[in-house]
Design a protein around this ligand. Structure first.
Ligand code: C2O
Ligand code: CU
Ligand code: CU
Length: 541
């Protein structure tokens, strides 16, 4: 998008938006019902009628301290393996509405993954964090998960980052209807150990299903893990936007435009928990937020060591890391040393969110995520004495590419269409398009074709004014280099990833290879952008 063009359109469409506003609100309870309250409308507040009708939406949202904080970090629930056969992991995941009380006195109905068994009861007070149960499996395992959809919408489960067969990967083209169920079955190949997650991927409804609470962690363990002796800690970050009555607020137009960021960041389902460490630990961290970037750091300046990315361990540890940017969808493994009291913080990161009237919004403030403190040293301190191996595993470069692919992110805003009454679907405004190679996602269309087993070099260019995290299904890739303003920076370390941030004006080049024939998705992992069409289909032949 060209911002100046967007600005002009925004201004000329403002009058339309004012008269259409009430009709629009009645048409669709989900839809940008309170456009006058959108943050970032500085430029439009001098429009006639805009300021006097303004009801700041913030007043209907729960206060940023409405959720209690400081409780000990909750351990994730673990999905129980119902199989007794060696090498088989069999379980059921039921997606259904569940009530949890986070704001005292104001219960919230989340959509949650659970083990099943109990009849659905939306009035029951559920225990446990509002994060899907951890799927803890091993390389070589055959995983068989029955998915029961007790949501009022179609859904799928996508196994983010895992090399599962295309027809088992929860593509939008394979929906499970409300009330229906299906079995997902796949075998985890050697070398797939790493930190993954699962979430719904239905056509145009992924953002809503994730922000209502559907997402959970996966850990795949290696037969020989050089860090197996380290005590392990899991931090699953998610985002929550709550109205003051405890309901989950719908997306407003700014949420659709920039990706939704609520007033709360949860760690294993709770606001700012307290992490007590008896010794140095191996942390696995997940960014399960729809759109929020996390720039992890400890506020005492303490460095940590990064030992893994999305697809498992690095070749060699990266020591002395003082901050780590985790884009939506990304994961990492860290070695964190016990020490003084500190606040695990998401530092300021300016992802150049758009303002309604063009230009960018100011970057948000730093957010405290958790309080970290050291507890009494465990009697068994052997781990703390354990040295990190210099080599974690062998990662060889994928090698010379046999084919090239080009992916270009762009945006288009048509404010007139955006404000036309009734011109929205699922609360999703029309006229706001996020494009890949000039086109919005079309389930009938193949965007790119690859041959299986062939190494490819993809260049992903961001021709928009904001950051977008690129994600490719079905495989892990290696980032080769990044180019910005003609300056090419080779990636300084070897890693397997399935998600990589692309800054405005940047081109990221990756090496990748798909091993199985079938259709794969690739998209921006700001889920609102993905739902708005910033997604393509890769046909592997
Ligand atoms: Cu995590 Cu296509 O998604
Ligand atoms: Cu994915
Ligand atoms: Cu995006």
């Amino acid at each position: 998008m060209i911002r100046r063009e967007f600005l002009l359109r925004a201004l000329s469409a403002a009058a339309v938006s004012l008269s259409g506003r009430h009709a629009l609100a009645q048409q669709n309870a989900h839809a940008m019902h309170d456009m006058s309250g959108m943050s970032g409308m500085q430029g439009m507040s001098d429009m006639p009628g805009m300021a006097k009708n303004a009801t700041p939406q913030a007043s209907t949202l729960a206060a940023p301290d409405a959720l209690p904080s400081g409780a000990p970090l909750a351990a994730l629930r673990t999905l129980v393996n119902e199989s007794h056969a060696p090498g088989v992991f069999r379980a059921t995941l039921v997606a259904q509405p569940e009530q949890h009380t986070l704001i005292p006195g104001h219960p919230t109905t989340f959509w949650q993954y659970g083990q099943g068994g109990d009849p659905p009861d939306s009035t029951a007070q559920l225990q446990g964090p509002v994060v899907g149960p951890l799927i803890d499996v091993r390389e070589g395992d055959t995983v068989e998960i029955r998915f029961v959809n007790r949501l009022p919408q179609a859904s799928t489960i996508h196994w983010h980052g895992l090399p599962v067969p295309p027809d088992q990967d929860g593509n939008p083209s394979d929906p499970v209807a409300p009330g229906a169920s299906r079995v997902y079955r796949f075998t985890l190949p050697p070398g797939s150990a790493g930190t993954y997650w699962y979430h719904p991927h239905p056509h145009m409804m992924s953002a809503e299903q994730v922000f209502r609470g559907l997402a959970g962690p996966i850990v795949v363990r290696a037969a020989a893990d050089p860090l197996a002796g380290w005590p392990e800690r899991h931090l699953f970050f998610s985002d929550l936007k709550l109205a003051s009555d405890g309901t989950i607020a719908p997306n407003d137009m700014m949420d659709w435009m920039n990706g939704r960021e609520g007033q709360f960041v949860l760690v294993n389902g709770a606001r700012r928990p307290s992490v007590v460490m008896a010794t140095d630990e191996r942390w696995r961290v997940w960014n399960g937020c729809n759109a929020r970037y996390l720039r992890l750091s400890l506020d005492d300046g303490r460095a940590f060591t990064q030992v893994g990315t999305d697809g498992g361990l690095l070749g060699t540890p990266r020591e002395n890391v003082t901050e780590l940017l985790l884009a939506p969808g990304e994961r990492a493994e860290l070695i964190v040393s016990a020490g003084r009291r500190a606040v695990l913080t998401s530092a300021v990161y300016d992802r150049r969110k758009m303002a309604m009237a063009g230009g960018s919004l100011p970057a948000g403030a730093a957010i405290p995520l958790a309080d970290v403190q050291s507890g009494p040293r465990a009697a068994d301190t052997t781990h703390a004495a354990t040295k990190l191996p210099a080599t974690l595993r062998e990662i060889s470069p994928l090698g010379a590419p046999a084919a090239q692919k080009s992916v270009v992110f762009s945006e288009q805003m048509d404010m007139a269409a955006m404000h036309r009454p009734g011109a929205s679907h699922n609360g999703m405004p029309a006229g706001m398009s996020f494009l890949i190679n000039g086109a919005s996602f079309d389930p009938q269309r193949v965007t790119l074709t690859s041959r299986r087993g062939e190494v490819e070099r993809w260049s992903i260019a961001n021709r928009t004014d904001m950051d977008h995290p690129f994600h490719l299904h079905g495989t892990q890739f290696q980032v080769i280099e990044r180019e910005q303003d003609g300056v090419v920076t080779p990636e300084p370390y070897m890693a397997w990833r399935d998600t990589v941030n692309v800054q405005p004006g940047e081109t990221v080049r990756i090496a990748t290879v798909q091993q199985q024939a079938g259709r794969r998705m690739f998209h921006c992992h700001i889920l609102e952008h993905e739902d708005l069409g910033m997604m393509g289909t890769l046909d592997v032949v």
